[in-house]
Design a protein around this ligand. Structure first.
Ligand SMILES: Cc1cc2nc3c(=O)[nH]c(=O)nc-3n(C[C@H](O)[C@H](O)[C@H](O)COP(=O)(O)OP(=O)(O)OC[C@H]3O[C@@H](n4cnc5c(N)ncnc54)[C@H](O)[C@@H]3O)c2cc1C
Length: 557
């Protein structure tokens, strides 16, 4: 639910001579999908909003771009797995052109080197039938596993959709915690997330499960539940393609999250870039102004209060509120400047960790690649991870600073379901390759990039016989390229490590998780706040609501 419409008069009343002399209630640095979602909500609530995007297109790491004539690729995100239908509805994006292609519930298919495959569906029963090809017993274990963890969903939802409950609920020592919580529960004043979590934790079995969720290695859980290596690999493969560690150390939660908690399958018609384009239209429709090719050089801060921005071309724009869609390091250390923070806060900002996961290699192909699965299954993703040991070795190599010679692959042929992305008869193949490194130990990315792309091409060809001789073009983006192209500091596509120590109250710094920052009138509206990265628009929406409520309560200086 949105807060009631707020009519808020700007303090600047001078009529604008040009857009750059105009004064705004809110200037948003960056037109990534989160920045646009926040713009949409704030504009709908009566604020005068300007979005400044440095690139020539909006969307940030969620964009579809024509890199080679006639071929359009997702240069960032390719799957809308985390995009909730209630978000799409609330932002009214269908009205603004957003369409999904149904995958028939297929999430992905795991390819094995012997030509077999296992398809994972949204529907656990259908996945169970696939698993039966390998083990009857495992099919039953899978159904029980999914049924058990699905009960956890309402708790996750409650935490995802709003900022975490106020920290003083836990730290206030004026009253013993149980008394305070009991009192609030009695009064019906506990945040829904705490309420749901407390109900969930009434059962000891759930407490045990939670301990496993956070601390048990997924490999150990897979060994406990399943007998078939095919099943273990198939279930783990899609979690491991976004993991920072192998199956012997990645937590069970990574598996539960990817196999059970996805919001949807399918894809966005015309490429993921159509999602931010719909957001842009929705925001403009609500009155927001969105400018591209407009790079912000710094945030104007006076007496620890943000007062506007200075653009790279020297122009200054005053605004009552500055909201940054750039990552926390780029915002605090680059756009604001260290001198505006006290030592303690600066230490916290510095220790916020950015990590790089996969790289992206996209191909233009003269024909459809022939993988060993029925054509209709190409609408979902494909994973390639021959064994859990294979994965372990790849992560060990990356940990030593080498891009692994045999990494895990996530492959995607969007043209199998969407002919708008390539010329007639031609296809594109998009891949996500994990693990990888931001800086290679031996040789910089700029020198090893092409030979590494050759290596990956041979690896992909092991699963699709006609692939190598169909290649017309290829386009490799390393984490370093994400930094150059998207301003993703450290090549981190989530604006900061999504491990537990950087979630909830700690994202990006203790106590500032809902968009507020230590600088008054400056807010973060991107993936660097709760609930983190991925394409879901929730961070932008949460931050927009924080801003609206701060306006209402007079917290804006
Ligand atoms: C290759 C790849 C694959 C991915 N796959 C998936 C996937 O399948 N599913 C999924 O959910 N997520 C995926 N992700 C992650 C997801 O795309 C990101 O987490 C998400 O898009 C981040 O959105 P954001 O709006 O918070 O930030 P960003 O997209 O980073 O947007 C920030 C914007 O701010 C702009 N900006 C920065 N500094 C300035 C400045 N000084 N002045 C003006 N503008 C500025 C940037 O240009 C950018 O447009 C992927 C990412 C990549 C790179």
């Amino acid at each position: 639910m949105l807060p009631p419409r707020i009519v808020w008069k700007t303090i600047y009343r001078k009529p604008p001579d040009s857009v750059f002399m105009a004064q705004y209630d809110v200037v948003i640095i960056g037109g990534g999908h989160n920045g646009l979602a926040s713009a949409c909500i704030m504009a709908r609530n009566g604020l005068k909003v300007l979005v400044l995007e440095r690139r020539e297109i909006v969307g940030g790491m969620c964009a579809t771009e024509e890199i080679f004539s006639g071929f359009s690729y997702d240069t960032g995100c390719f799957y809308p797995y985390w995009l909730r239908q209630d978000t799409v509805d609330e932002l009214r994006l269908s009205k603004h052109g957003l369409e999904f292609i149904d995958s028939g519930g297929i999430a992905y298919s795991a390819l094995f080197p012997d030509g077999r495959y296992l398809t994972v569906y949204e529907d656990a029963k259908k996945t169970g039938q696939e698993i039966e090809k390998f083990s009857r017993k495992d099919a039953q274990s899978y159904l029980e596993f999914v049924t058990f963890w699905k009960r956890f969903r309402p708790v996750v939802d409650a935490f995802l959709l709003s900022p975490p409950p106020p920290l003083d609920l836990l730290t206030d020592i004026a009253k013993p915690l149980p008394v305070k919580v009991a009192l609030l529960k009695l009064l019906g004043r506990l945040p829904p997330s705490v309420n749901k979590a407390l109900d969930f934790l009434k059962e000891p079995e759930n407490i045990e499960a939670l301990a496993e969720f956070f601390f048990k290695p997924m490999g150990a859980k897979l060994d406990e539940l399943f007998e078939s290596d095919y099943v273990k690999i198939a279930l783990a493969s899609e979690s491991l393609v976004v993991s920072q560690s192998g199956p012997s150390s990645a937590p069970l939660s990574a598996l539960v999250w990817r196999v059970i908690m996805k919001e949807r399958t399918g894809r966005v018609r015309g490429g993921m870039g159509n999602f931010p384009l719909a957001l842009k239209k929705a925001a403009e429709d609500a009155g927001a102004r969105i400018l591209v090719n407009a790079e912000v050089e710094r945030v104007i801060v006076k007496d620890r209060v943000a007062r506007g921005v200075k653009l790279k071309n020297g122009e200054e724009i005053e605004s009552r509120i500055v909201a940054s869609n750039a990552d926390p390091h780029r915002t605090f250390l680059g756009l604001v400047g260290q001198e505006h923070f006290d030592d303690r806060t600066l230490k916290r900002i510095m220790k916020y960790r950015l990590v790089s996961t996969g790289l992206r290699l996209n191909y233009a192909l003269s024909r459809k690649p022939s993988f060993a699965i029925p054509d209709e299954k190409l609408v979902g993703a494909l994973t390639y991870c021959p064994s859990l040991d294979y994965a372990e070795k790849a992560f060990a190599e990356a940990a030593m600073g080498d891009p692994p010679s045999k990494p895990l692959l996530l492959l995607d042929v969007p043209t199998a379901a969407d002919s708008t992305l390539a010329p007639s008869g031609a296809h594109i193949l998009q891949s996500w390759v994990n693990p990888t490194v931001y800086e290679a130990r031996r040789g910089s990315w700029d020198t090893i990039k092409e030979s590494y792309a050759d290596n990956l091409t041979h690896l992909i060809a092991e699963s699709a016989s006609n692939f190598e001789n169909s290649i017309l073009h290829r386009f490799l983006q390393t984490p370093l390229d994400y930094e150059r192209r998207f301003y993703a500091t450290g090549g981190d596509v989530e604006h900061g490590d999504l491990s537990y120590y950087q979630l909830l109250w700690f994202r990006p710094i203790l106590g500032y998780y809902d968009g507020r920052t230590p600088i008054r009138n400056l807010y973060l509206v991107g993936s660097g706040i709760h609930p983190g990265g991925g394409v879901r628009a929730l961070a932008g929406m949460i931050a927009a609501r924080t801003i609206l409520s701060d306006i209402e309560s007079g917290r804006i200086a």
